[in-house]
Design a protein around this ligand. Structure first.
Ligand code: WTA
Length: 629
């Protein structure tokens, strides 16, 4: 595995989720990191040290967040109220009355103090061809894009879809949206045209920003062509800006504009829009267990504050450090720890265009073995591995070890401790709070925090039902966790049908939906199974319609290409098992629990089969599975 700055990294962060999300940082300069552990803590009734600060942050949430927000963010107008939250109703508001501009916080204030500090180091796919941009240059680039968008009619409150690989212009486009008050909707550039179209339509974007072609892992991807195909089904789209990542010409229509050429016509000064704390900063689509991907909404002040604070304290970021997060900007990790967190802190952030498996492949899950390897090989035994737990919904890291204290104990494979202001709890299946240690349950959060998502775009009801109704008064994460004797948390995995393939979150229902569209298919069940490279693999059980006579190998190919076309390549099944029928309950529900055990070859714990409609179906499935292996 090749990682820039590997040799001088200070910490290696291991997030199970977003790819091999190694974040690594380097102390680039010395002599400029005298900041106290938490400077604003002077007012915290004498609380010092990480544990005391954490206690204070959850028992005195209002004064904690107020002090941090005043200290860390530059406000155009101070906020009137710290929070107005009611978890039982899914109502979350922070810092109301306050006005600020996120791009000013990420750029202008650093340009005032250190304009020539490097903001971005772009590690291009072509090894050894890195490009640097200073804060002044990034601000200029952002202003040009902001002016361009404004000139083309993009206004405060609009939503711009960005379909680009991780590159400086993608960052500038995100910040340009923030500057003029438009929301951005970054769509991972590995998504298919159909998946992109679905997200453009749901976000009602009239503007798309893309590149002519992407370059990833030595391969060219036709991103502009994918946008063309997507836009055919999106009547709202009026304009597409195309950056030239490669020199190859692509077809341009009346609606398309060459981004770099247009930017040259623009001024390098762009007036920032004063935004309310609770105005939308971005939408980011993510998978749930049912239905369509949901556009989670993050707002201005709370999100930025939380991204900046977690970036600083989880990774012990100090002024002048170079910080690298290899996650793609199409995911929340890229938003919070490639773009907003590091830039809000005035850091130098590495944009990693390639893939961690190029030129050499590596593993993904942070089990103990992977942790040891990561520690020894990637971090050369000097860098603590920081296993961070969080989600698109949480905006930033919620549970992580505490590297800010040099001698903090870190247990391999454990996310461990709650971040400031975070109060995790475990619930049993009846919805009762589990108070003892050495116990497992559903992971919930007992208190709101500024970084959490505010709603699902166009569907607040789904937001409430998914996150706040399962355990009234709590935010439900969808994950299970174990709390050790010492009170440390370890994530045990999703409690629903969401899986994580090579760091890409996907609902099994989304894959089933595509498979079921095939005319030969009667029904299907898609299951995630542990995969030693990808974290989880995709296993599909497919039942054909009666009388259908097809070659299974041919049909498998067809199903794979359908999934790749409708969603993305990573969602394609590793195994397709054709079955005569699926084990069901008497009421007709597919018994996924049983299928999961079969796929994991854990036949001793198939569990209670008394509700299976026809036990012979289980036997058939087991035999079919054995044949396939
Ligand atoms: C999983 C990515 C184990 C979890 C930031 C969560 C983890 C989902 C960890 C969110 C961890 C995240 N250990 N599993 N440290 N961190 N997950 O929204 O199931 O793409 O719900 O956000 O990834 O994925 P998402």
């Amino acid at each position: 595995m090749w990682l820039p700055y590997r040799c001088t990294a200070k910490y290696v962060a291991a997030s199970f989720s977003r790819g091999v999300a190694a974040s690594f940082l380097r102390r680039a300069r010395s002599g400029c990191n005298s900041a106290a552990f938490m400077p604003e803590s002077a007012g915290f009734e004498g609380a010092s040290g990480r544990d005391a600060l954490h206690d204070y942050s959850v028992t005195h949430g209002e004064s904690f967040w107020a002090a941090v927000a005043r200290q860390r963010l530059s406000w155009i107008r101070p906020f009137d109220a710290v929070q107005d939250c009611d978890l039982s109703r899914g109502r979350i508001k922070w810092f109301e009355g306050g006005k600020l501009n996120v791009s000013v916080n990420c750029l202008d204030r650093h340009v005032h103090t250190c304009p020539e500090r490097v903001a971005l180091i772009w590690e291009r796919d072509e090894q050894g061809s890195e490009v640097r941009y200073t804060y002044r240059e990034l601000l200029e680039m952002t202003c040009r894009v902001g002016n361009l968008l404004r000139r083309h009619g993009v206004k405060k409150g609009d939503c711009v879809t960005i379909y680009m690989p991780t590159c400086p212009l993608a960052v500038a486009s995100m910040l340009a949206c923030a500057r003029i008050g438009a929301a951005h909707n970054v769509v991972f550039a590995g998504f298919s045209a159909d998946a992109l179209a679905e997200r453009i339509r749901d976000a009602q974007s009239s503007t798309v920003i893309t590149v002519n072609q992407g370059v990833r892992g030595g391969k060219i991807t036709e991103l502009k062509k994918t946008v063309d195909a997507a836009v055919r089904g999106c009547p709202t789209v009026q304009q597409v800006f195309v950056s030239m990542r490669t020199e190859n010409r692509v077809e341009m229509t009346d609606r398309d504009f060459a981004l770099e050429e247009e930017m040259l016509k623009e001024d390098v000064v762009c007036e920032p829009e004063p935004m309310d704390s609770e105005d939308v900063l971005f939408l980011l689509y993510t998978s749930g267990s049912t239905g369509k991907p949901k556009g989670l909404v993050h707002t201005q002040a709370g999100y930025l504050l939380y991204a900046a604070l977690t970036h600083r304290y989880v990774f012990s970021y100090h002024d002048g450090d170079v910080f690298g997060c290899v996650a793609d900007i199409g995911w929340i990790t890229g938003h919070s720890y490639t773009v907003y967190g590091p830039l809000a802190n005035g850091g130098t952030t590495v944009l990693f265009e390639s893939t961690p498996v190029y030129p050499d492949p590596v593993g993904e899950p942070i089990n103990t073995e992977a942790w040891e390897w990561y520690y020894r090989v990637v971090g050369e035994g000097r860098c603590p591995v920081v296993d961070t737990w969080w989600q698109t919904e949480t905006g930033g890291i919620c549970i992580a070890p505490k590297p800010s204290e040099p001698d903090a104990e870190i247990v391999p494979g454990m996310a461990m401790r709650a971040f400031f202001g975070i109060k995790p709890v475990l619930m049993d299946t009846e919805g009762k709070l589990l108070t003892s240690n050495n116990t497992s349950g559903a992971l919930c959060m007992a208190q709101p925090w500024p970084g959490m998502a505010r709603t699902i775009h166009n569907n607040h009801q789904r937001f409430i039902e998914t996150y706040f109704q399962p355990y009234p008064g709590y935010f439900f994460t969808g994950d299970g966790a174990y709390r050790s004797e010492e009170g440390y948390y370890q994530i045990t995995g999703r409690l629903d049908d969401v899986i994580n393939v090579s760091g890409h979150r996907i609902g099994t229902a989304e894959i089933e939906d595509v498979v079921n569209r095939c005319t030969a298919v009667a029904e299907s069940a898609v299951i995630g199974y542990s995969h030693n490279i990808k974290g989880q693999g995709v296993y599909a059980f497919v039942v054909l319609k009666k009388g259908v006579d097809v070659q299974e190998a041919e049909l498998s190919k067809q199903l794979n290409s359908m999934v790749s076309e409708k969603i993305a390549k990573y969602a394609c099944p590793d195994f397709i098992q054709f079955a005569k029928r699926l084990p069901k309950t008497r009421s007709g529900k597919i018994m996924r629990r049983v299928l999961r055990k079969v796929v994991e070859c854990d036949l001793d714990s198939l569990g209670d089969l008394s509700t299976v409609d026809d036990p012979a179906a289980v036997q058939e499935i087991i035999e079919g599975h054995e044949k396939l292996l």
